[in-house]
Design a binder for this molecule. Structure first.
Ligand SMILES: *[C@@H]1O[C@H](CO)[C@@H](O)[C@H](O)[C@H]1NC(C)=O
Ligand SMILES: *[C@@H]1O[C@H](CO)[C@@H](O)[C@H](O)[C@H]1NC(C)=O
Ligand SMILES: *[C@@H]1O[C@H](CO)[C@@H](O)[C@H](O)[C@H]1NC(C)=O
Ligand SMILES: *[C@@H]1O[C@H](CO)[C@@H](O)[C@H](O)[C@H]1NC(C)=O
Ligand SMILES: *[C@@H]1O[C@H](CO)[C@@H](O)[C@H](O)[C@H]1NC(C)=O
Length: 370
């Protein structure tokens, strides 16, 4: 154990200095042969905390000291260390205790209490282990990439013991990539990989985590639109939806002419992924073949919507329709009456009029006129 040998040598050297042992004496062998060395349990302490170092004294102690490696911190009540974090707690016949406040990683190591009695020297050593909670010190900033790029997210953390890194995201599965590496590599990134990525650094003491947002750009895809029928003089809406990142801009064309917002009772309204072209008062010339084009910086896509006329039943056409349907029904009953069961009916019979009593039509027309 070279480390132990090293500190023993240092202790003996320090004791030699402290106790002013004549240089000629074989101190080293004396200490090793006759000293009583105790190794205490390791002290584990978190960075920033205070640690107490205590050793028992006993009878006829002539000299005593606490050492940090080769340097004496306290020789009896006398402070040798210039470090303000080090101070004396107890010094009496039984106990010699000092404390180190605001412990840092550099304080880690072996501390030795050397006691010189009238009979033989004695040392008590203790190893201080300083733990540091994890801290993510270097982390990727929010990232915007184009689909197909190779993405690398970074998460570097400090801590003692060395923290373990793990990545988590709703956008990624375990088998896709290595989620336990400081660098999360996503080759040929697809749009489904966009989202939040959380990195967690964990050790025995605590965890630290940070989240980065990944945006994946891709060209527009326009959803198939349905054709729209509108009655003359009514209002009508053509609707176009596009999936794109960044959000698409929309352009509307009728045949090859651009249609602009505010033109003759036309309004174009874009809200996120949807564009609406509204006609407030449909005119004959509005009907036609419209094209919606969705554009972002990665490309464009389009779809065609036919705006066609719907003839709305007016009161007179309504009357005609109702009359003919009632008449048809009546005629069918009449036919059945005469042809008897088993007769096959033709629903679209063009001969309705011939079987229908004229008075019935007149009565119905009178009825409906009110
Ligand atoms: C104390 O810590 C040292 C260094 O980490 C280690 O080698 C040793 O085994 C520990 N001793 C005990 C008793 O835990
Ligand atoms: C102990 O020694 C190390 C190495 O010289 C030093 O960095 C550290 O500050 C010392 N700690 C105390 C409490 O004296
Ligand atoms: C992405 O990485 C692959 C290898 O993993 C490489 O072949 C390709 O050229 C890289 N693409 C870019 C855009 O760097
Ligand atoms: C719709 O347009 C027609 C023909 O241009 C016009 O006569 C009518 O008053 C308009 N209707 C409305 C509600 O503006
Ligand atoms: C509408 O116009 C597009 C081109 O502008 C054309 O490809 C499409 O066939 C047209 N649709 C109809 C029904 O005419």
């Amino acid at each position: 154990m070279p480390a132990e040998c090293a500190w023993r040598r240092l202790v003996s050297l320090s004791l030699r200095l402290l106790l002013v042992i004549p240089a000629g004496l074989p101190v080293r062998s004396q200490v090793e042969a006759q000293s009583d060395n105790t190794v205490m349990d390791n002290i584990t302490v978190q960075q920033g905390q205070t640690v107490h170092l205590s050793c028992s004294q006993g009878d006829v102690v002539t000299h005593t000291a606490w050492l940090n490696r080769s340097s004496i911190l306290y020789a009896g009540e006398d402070k040798w260390s210039v470090d303000t974090r080090v101070s004396l707690v107890t010094f009496n016949r039984d106990e010699f205790t000092i404390k180190i406040e605001n412990v840092d990683v550099s304080d880690e190591g072996m501390y030795v209490c050397a006691v010189q009695t009238s009979s033989k020297p004695r040392t008590t050593s203790v190893h201080i282990i300083v733990q540091v909670p994890p801290k993510i010190v270097s982390f990727s900033k929010d990232l915007v990439v184009n689909e197909g790029s190779n993405v690398s997210l970074m998460c570097l953390a400090n801590g003692k013991p060395e923290p373990a890194i793990s990545w988590r995201s709703h956008s990624i599965q375990d088998d896709d990539v290595d989620l336990d590496d400081e660098y999360l590599e996503i080759p040929f990134v697809s749009r489904s990989k966009a989202g939040l990525y959380e990195c967690t650094a964990a050790n025995d003491i605590a965890t630290d985590s940070k989240t980065v947002k990944l945006v994946v750009n891709y060209p527009p895809r326009v959803f198939e639109a349905t054709d729209v029928g509108v009655t003359l003089g009514q209002s009508g809406v053509l609707q176009c939806e596009a999936d794109a990142v960044p959000v698409a801009d929309f352009e509307w064309y009728r045949d090859d002419r651009r249609v602009f917002n505010g033109l003759d009772g036309i309004e174009i309204k874009n809200a996120g992924a949807v564009s609406k072209l509204t006609f407030y008062n449909m005119s004959e010339t509005d009907y036609g073949n419209y094209t919606c084009v969705a554009i972002n910086k990665l490309g464009s896509a389009n779809t065609n919507i036919i705006l066609y006329e719907v003839i709305e039943p007016t009161s007179s056409t309504l009357l005609q329709e109702m009359t003919s349907s009632v008449v048809e029904q009546t005629a069918n009953e009449y036919n059945q009456l005469w042809e008897g069961p088993g007769a096959v009916q033709d629903g679209n019979s063009g001969t309705v009029g011939t079987y229908t009593p004229l008075c019935l039509i007149v009565a119905l027309q009178l009825l409906l006129a009110f």
